[in-house]
Write a protein that binds this ligand. Sequence first.
Ligand code: ADP
Ligand code: MG
Length: 613
Amino acid sequence: MPDIIKLLPDSIANQIAAGEVIQRPASAVKELMENAVDAGATNIKLIIKDAGKTLIQVIDNGCGMSVIDARMSFEKHATSKIQTVDDLFAIQTLGFRGEALASIAAISQVEMKTKKIEEELGTHIIIEGSVLKEQNVIQTANGTSVSVKNLFYNVPARRNFLKSDSVETRHIIEEFIRIAMVNPGIELSMLHNGKTLFKLLISNFKQRIINLFGNQYNQRLVSVEQTTSDVCVYGFVGKPEYARKTRGEQFFFANKRFIKHAYLHHSVVAAFRELIPSDTFPLYFLFIHIDPKSIDVNIHPTKAEVNFQDNKMMYAILNSVVRKALGSHNITPSLDFEKDPAFDFSDPPKDKPIKTPTININPNYNPFNNTSQNTKTYTNFKNKNENWDTLYPEKIATSFNDINKIKPVSLTDDRGVLDINTKSTFIDNKVIQFRNQYIITSITSGILVVDQNRAHERILFEKYLNYLENNIQASQQELFPETLTFNPADYEIIKEIKDEMYQIGFRMEKFSKNSVVFTGRPADLEDLNIAESVDRMIENYRNNLSDLNQNKKTNLAKALALSAAVKKGKSLKNEEQNALLDKLFACNAPESNPDGQPVFKIIALDEIEKMFN
Ligand code: ADP
Ligand code: MG
């Protein structure tokens, strides 16, 4: 047998190593911006084209590099930030592994211009796929500009793996926000395809958060501060009433580094226990300062995870400071410090009357008139029969003989011509609601017990999927349009799913930066809490992004169904109970809800008989 082990050529080894550090455009943004912060910049500009796929440029006014350093910076394990192993345990900078520029240069076309303030001229370097193409002397501003073009141009498999522009942009915005939040002393801007997404002036922490997330955050935040001999914790937590169904506004920074830490997250959430519903997340922006010796940041290639020497102590401290902050907030609910009038136009003055919104109603409007093309209310019923359940809720009929067979039999071509005179199987039977949670009735083979919440989830899910797949757009105008403001990342999601939301029946107009006015809702969901269901759609969409089995439509139909369905505990009228059963068994898959949980059970006759033997 010949020997078979070979050393990989440098080019392949570099690409493999690069893959660990740079997974997508957002990773390059993070590394370049962190380098600018480490270089002591007070002004950093991020310029992006096509979600970073074509261009990522970071321009800073930091310390710049000498000719030799500029060339060296692209070498593997080349860093100015640590020299000895001991330094690893006293890290004050964001970078230290010396991998980022080498990795980026291995998988893109990089152009760097850099100049130290004390030097006359700067250095210009072009590197493509780790190969130096050009190096010369140029006139350039103090500081450094790095342009990364055509990321993954030489790793097609990786490039193909990138998500849509809006998804990649969202990741970039997330990284930008993380760096911006913890560096309010740095002026920052972000431009995407020529459009300014952020322009942030030097400010304090609270103003920076407000500038990133919107003015309304001024009212939402409670300050947190505690210094012990080992650690200093400060920042803000959200007032309990602003806890959201969507994750995404939870930020920990350890020594100015954004970190993910499930254990510490738990400690904050635990401090909110009993103040917020269990399925919501409090918002928090917490900065931890700790001796670099007590924290290991070298456990993850992208440094997103860290270990504290004393995790338990951190847990206890965080939990107690957050509790304390919430406690003082409860005693003095209007606690609002650092109030900057420039950012405070969210609450109207108390002595001014609030103007009630007015509405215009068209008395001649006929909701069943297809031809009017009125997009404002029940619109575009492509096929009236497809919406029969909306139009004739009390007359729905299915006729099947035995529920055990499940399939409805006499709905002509499933949902085609509906004989509204056919009597429901259930109408003659006694149907009862048990504990405001189950609908119970007798069927030939036993007793049918239906979970009302899951049943309605299934019904709505199939209905919205049908809307989405068949381009039915049934919408109902809001009497009082509701304006919701999103954080920039969520706003990107809204942009991604807006067409589908339109088809389900939502009508939205852009209000101002990151705000949307909801002028219409799905036609038959009078009681829908718009904020909650939109939150849930965002959350669901975000969580399922990587799950290829769940396409966008299924995803949204499911999210809306879950948030709009009648909950347990809701008392239903007898007709509603009947309608629920009828609609359920007209579904394609009545057995389970969209999460795959069983919707009904049958207590078989022979089981009942056994009980009495
Ligand atoms: P690390 O940040 O881990 O040291 P990088 O590959 O990101 O590794 O950068 C290598 C070196 O290049 C840094 O240690 C720093 O000395 C220098 N460098 C990179 N970017 C800049 C910048 N924007 N301004 C000044 N120096 C920089
Ligand atoms: Mg770096």
